[in-house]
Design a binder for this molecule. Sequence first.
Ligand code: HEM
Length: 384
Amino acid sequence: MSNTRNPDWNPRDPAILHQPLKAYDRMRCECPVAWSDYQHWSLFRHADVMRVLHEPETFSNTVSQHLSVPNGMDPPEHGRYRAIIEPYFSPDAMARFEPECRRIARELVQSLPEQGEVDVIPAFAEDFALRIQCAFMGWRSDLHEPLREWLHRNLAATLSGDREAMAQVAVDFDSTIRSLLAERREAGNQAPADTTTALMNETVNGRSLSDEELVSILRNWTVGELGTISASVGIVLHALAGDAVLRERITAQPETLNATIDELLRRDAPLMSNRRVTTCPVTLGGRRIEAGERITLLWAAANRDEAVFGDPDAIRPEANASSNLLYGAGIHVCPGAPLARLELGTLFEELLYWRPRFRHASGAEPRRAHYPAGGFASLKLAFG
Ligand code: HEM
C-alpha cells in the first residue's frame, strides 16, 4: 500500500543531503508530516515527536524482526533490559571512568598541532569516539580500525537502503563481538574486570543473558557511541571555530560548558532520527496513518522548531534546556547521556585549555556528512 503513494519529498535528494537543516526547516513549515519511500512518515515538528515519545503503546519500537536490546523493545520487556543497562551509566560509574576519559582526551588534544591546519573529523573526532568507546568497554586498541571501517560501512549501507549490505555489516560486527565474549569465557576468573565482562554476568528473568542479547546490547552501545560522539565533536568544533565570543564566554565561565554543548547539539543534531511503527490508525498533523506504518522521528527537525525555540539558531542554553530533545524523552530516553556528557565536556575542557586558539582554515569549506549521519564529513581547522 505504502509504496504506491506519491512521495511528499525525497530525503535522499542531493540538495537535501547537502544542507539537511535548511531543508528540514522548510519542510516543517510546508509539510510537517511527510511521506517518502525511504523514511516513510517523517515528523518534523516538536509537538508531533513528543506525542509519539509519550505514547509507546500506539507508537511501537519493534520496527524490525531483528533483536535490538533495548531500542527495539516495548514495555514490559523493555523495562527489564533497561534496568540491567542503566547502572553502567550511574554517577559512580561515570566518576570511575573520568580519569581514563580525561587521559584519552588530553592525549588527543595534545596531538593537535600548536600551529597548523588539520581535518579534525578523521584525525580527532573519530579517533576520540573510537578510543573512548574501546576504553569504556575494555576493548583492545587493535579494534580501533575495524570499528572505524564498520562505522563507515554501516552508514553507507543505511543511506543506500541496501538491506543485504546492512545485514552483512551486522554479521561482521557480531563476529568481532562474539570473539571478545569467547576470549573472556576462556580466561574464566582471569577475564579483565571491565564493562564487557560485567555485562556477561548479568541476568534477566532469572537466567544469564544469551550471546545474542549481549551482542545486541554491545552493538547498540557502539552505534550509540561511535557515530553520535564523533558527529558531536565535529558540530561543536564547527560552532566554536566560527564564534570567538562564545569560546571566550565558555573559557570565562567554564560551568556553562556542558549546557552550551547540549544547546549547540540541539541546533545541529548529531543523531538525525529514530524509528517507530504504529500499532493502530492515528492522525498526525492532519494526516491519517494506518496501523503497521513506519514513522521517522527527525530529531534534527523537531529540535529546531520555531514554535518551541523561537529562532532555531540562537544559542539559549538555559531557556531551551527543558525542551531539548538531544537525548530523546519518554521511556527510550538515552541511557548513555551521562557518558556522552562526560566525554564531550572533558574533551572540550581539555581543548579550550591546551589549544584555545582555532578557526576555520581559509579556503576549505566544511563538508556535511550525509543522512543518516549527522555533523560533518570534513572540517578543516587552523590552530595557533
Ligand atoms: C551525543 C551522543 C548521543 C546522543 C545524541 C544520543 C541520543 C539518543 C536518543 C535521541 C535516544 C532515543 C532514541 C529513541 O527514542 O528511539 C537514544 C537512545 C539510546 N542511546 Fe543514546 N545518544 C548518545 C550517546 C549514547 C551513548 C554514549 C550510549 C551508550 C554507550 C547510548 C546508548 C543508547 C541506547 C542503548 C539507547 C536506547 C534506549 C532505549 O531504547 O531504552 N547513547 N540516544
